[in-house]
Design a protein around this ligand. Structure first.
Ligand code: ARG
Length: 403
């Protein structure tokens, strides 16, 4: 049995109870690690809470920049959306959290990593498989999965052990949030027929009035400036989230396939990520050669699946990263997003110094430089095989002329 574990600590009820539970019921010393991936909240309070719950050490890591640059940016360049919709919010944060858990485990000579996930979700898969990939020697503890406490029992346990928790008017929802978006599950949302109540939304509450344009500069597939202002990626994503969200745009309501075999109804608020994904893929349309674009589009769903399934640290994912990296060499330029009430955000324009759009080739005006006479021979050869087939084997009932 593990003697000292590093716990992924959020400051919430479950992980606070887990600290004491691991000490009392599992005989394990706990080092709490809270990783800031842009979820908001007061990390000094979170640290104090972990210590009050009984942790021997509580560590706060500001991983916002790292999360943006090393996890969000590659996913954005890969246009990664699970099942074509969900921009992988929680799936993306787990590997960076695990990286810091493992580092803390090494520093504090812990022999296990612990998380507060239940047995029905994807996050346990991501925590455990990522840990296995980075530190196969470490044990994994999942107290919440094993203890079988109801929410009421957890609250009672916290009270009995004087664990400070702020159980705010018992929200029925399970929420996870970071720089890339916000996820909401449970409560009334468990009926896929029920409309999500407005109260579940936080970052997409419409408050804007007039329309606005946002110009995003990309360099090799990564957003680097907003309206001409250079910004570190985590700040840029925050800003786009704030602006686009204020138009009430960026909501997803979907039934998704969890890795553990359950279909679940999920609500996502992702104004920043969805707007940047839309802008990025639009710039690819302008700058990426056709075969490369088509092949990349085939690989993107696979990339998203790997990340969703907890395989961020895996050989296939690394190989796909190398492909995506190479594909982004010329994805440089600007995209103009237009936001309008109510609930509208569209790409209104794009330009690039290395774009493949050639006005002289595309235009129907006088500047036209396309060699029209070349088309005749091209189309004749393109259709030659079909012409031969139709003449020899074409079906009469389809108007063919068999010999
Ligand atoms: N369904 C999403 C996913 O699997 C969201 C999970 C949110 N996690 C949570 N503990 N509430 O990525």
């Amino acid at each position: 049995m593990a003697t000292r574990a590093v716990l992924a600590y959020s400051g919430g009820l479950d992980t606070s109870v887990a600290v004491r539970w691991m000490i009392e019921e599992m005989g394990t010393e706990v080092i709490a690690v809270a990783v800031d991936v842009g979820q908001g909240g007061d990390f000094e309070t979170i640290r104090e809470r972990a210590l009050a719950a009984g942790a021997v050490e509580a560590v706060v890591v500001d991983a916002r920049r790292e999360f943006a640059e090393d996890y969000v940016a590659p996913a954005l360049r890969a246009n990664a959306r699970y099942e074509g919709k969900y921009p992988l919010v929680s799936s993306l944060s787990r590997p960076v959290i695990v990286k810091h858990l493992v580092a803390a485990a090494r520093e504090h000579r812990a022999d296990a990593v612990a998380h507060g996930c239940t047995g029905k979700g994807n996050d346990q898969v991501r925590f455990e498989v990522s840990t296995a990939a980075l530190a196969p020697d470490l044990d994994i503890l999942a107290p919440v999965r094993g203890w079988g406490l109801t929410r009421e029992e957890s609250i009672e346990y916290a009270e009995r052990h004087a664990i400070p928790v702020t159980v705010t008017k018992a929200s029925p929802y399970s929420i996870d949030q970071n720089l890339w978006g916000r996820t909401i599950e449970c409560g009334v949302l468990e009926d896929p027929w029920e409309s999500p109540p407005e109260e579940v939304y936080e970052t997409t509450t419409p408050t804007a009035t007039g329309p606005c344009d946002l110009v995003i500069d990309f360099e090799q597939g990564v957003p680097v400036a907003l309206d001409g202002r250079s910004l570190p990626l985590h700040e840029l994503v925050d800003e786009v989230t704030r602006v686009v969200g204020s138009y009430g745009w960026g909501r997803i309501d979907m039934v998704e396939n969890r890795r553990v075999g359950i279909k679940s109804r999920e609500i996502y608020e992702c104004p920043g990520s969805l707007a940047l994904l839309m802008a990025h893929s639009d710039l690819e349309d302008l700058t990426m050669e056709r075969d490369l674009a088509h092949e990349k589009a085939r690989l993107e769903p696979r990339y998203a699946e790997l990340v969703y399934d907890g395989l961020w640290f895996s050989p296939l994912k690394s190989a796909l990263d190398a492909f995506v990296e190479e594909s982004q060499r010329h994805v440089t330029g600007q995209v103009r997003l237009r936001c309008e009430m109510p609930g509208r955000c569209i790409v209104a324009g794009r330009r690039s110094p290395v774009g493949l759009y050639d006005y002289d080739l595309a235009t129907y005006e006088a500047a036209d430089s396309f060699r029209h006479q070349d088309a005749e021979g091209f189309v004749r050869l393109w259709g030659l095989g079909i012409r031969t087939w139709a003449a020899r084997q074409g079906r009469k009932d389809e108007g063919g002329m068999p010999r």
